[in-house]
Design a protein around this ligand. Structure first.
Ligand code: CUA
Length: 129
């Protein structure tokens, strides 16, 4: 009986669709970004903003892009040291969470010209109340 066969086959894709739908929903809730996004631009020879205030334990997402040549972004005393591609080539995302109150200096870590060593900034972490 061909009718019965096609009905049985029809169940397959339907069940598969449900499975796919549930995995898509799981992925969405897992990726839901709760953290604050801070856009930083790098340009000879400064970062803007050059001072960023966070709460201790707050996870922030720094999106660093260049307005001219390529630069680097290093947070002193941490593992973070990434390249910032030149203007128009995208941005680099750095996730940072201050473990304690204090100042976390960041600086350019790729030679970009005479004022390279002046490219600095600071993340100020304060106790949240
Ligand atoms: Cu910018 Cu070195």
């Amino acid at each position: 009986m061909s009718t019965r066969n096609s009905k049985r086959l029809g169940l397959g894709p339907w069940a598969l669709g449900l499975l796919l739908l549930s995995s898509v929903l799981t992925a969405q809730s897992a990726q839901k970004p709760d953290r604050r996004v801070v856009r930083v631009s790098a340009e000879r020879f400064a970062f803007t903003p050059s001072e960023i205030t966070v709460a201790v334990g707050e996870e922030i997402e720094l999106r660093v892009k260049s307005d001219d040549t390529s630069h680097g972004f290093r947070i002193v005393g941490t593992e973070t040291d990434v390249a910032i591609p030149k203007r128009g080539q995208g941005e680099t995302v750095v996730v940072f969470k201050a473990p304690a109150a204090g100042k976390f200096e960041f600086e350019c870590s790729r030679m970009c010209g005479a004022g390279h060593s002046y490219m600095r900034g600071v993340i100020v972490a304060k106790e949240s109340k």
